[in-house]
Design a protein around this ligand. Structure first.
Ligand SMILES: [Zn+2]
Length: 205
């Protein structure tokens, strides 16, 4: 039986193949690119994680953060920002507050007390971002190694009436405004009944 004749297709010339060496090089180059991309991705993810973890841990009550709008008084002993203040400072502030209230001044609210070094660093970086300049930022926010808040030796008090009362009468209790540009910031800076030292112009002093 004759075999059916099949038109043989035109021979297809094989496409010009890269040499095995070129192929190996291409595969190697692709590998390097993928590895580099993965490394970059990992770096970005690690950074994002670190940034959010840093921001989160810097802004917790345990780090001394008091969220805006939260009312914290000198009697909130379970709040770390209050609990970790120097006991002598806290005692002086409570005595001052009692006398101020007797004078018709509203009770003192603490907007910031003790702060962890991490929280202080966060505040500094936040200020640098806000002012766009490290030197200007450091006039308002001290570095963690210099801040009296980090050692528990400073409080920021509101409202304005309380600030003005403390500026006038605080020395009786040893309490002084220590920075000319921070009317709300008080430290123990003189023996009770003494005279407050000259104010430093700002936190860079
Ligand atoms: Zn302060």
């Amino acid at each position: 039986m004759p075999r059916p004749v099949v038109d043989s297709p035109a021979p297809v010339l094989p496409a010009r193949q890269p040499s095995p060496r070129a192929r190996r090089l291409t595969v190697a180059a692709l590998g390097v690119c993928v590895a580099a991309l993965l490394a970059a991705l990992v770096t970005v993810l690690v950074h994002v994680n670190a940034a959010s973890a840093g921001a989160t841990s810097a802004l917790t009550a345990d780090a001394g953060h008091i969220p805006e709008g939260t009312i914290v008084t000198l009697h909130d002993s379970d709040v770390p920002a209050i609990a970790r203040l120097d006991p002598a400072l806290l005692t002086a502030l409570r005595q001052a507050e009692a006398d101020a209230v007797a004078d018709g001044i509203p009770s003192f609210h603490v907007t910031s007390g003790w702060r962890s070094p991490g929280y202080q660093q966060w505040l500094l970086e936040d200020a640098v971002e806000r002012y766009g300049d490290h030197d200007i930022a450091s006039q308002y926010v001290a570095t963690p190694d210099k801040s009296q808040h980090v050692t528990g030796d400073a409080v920021d008090i509101v409202p304005l009436d309380a600030q003005l009362w403390l500026i006038e009468h605080g020395a009786r209790y040893g309490l002084c405004q220590t920075y000319a540009n921070e009317r709300w910031h008080f430290e123990l800076a003189t023996p009770p009944g003494g005279v407050c030292p000259d104010m430093k112009p700002d936190a860079t002093a």
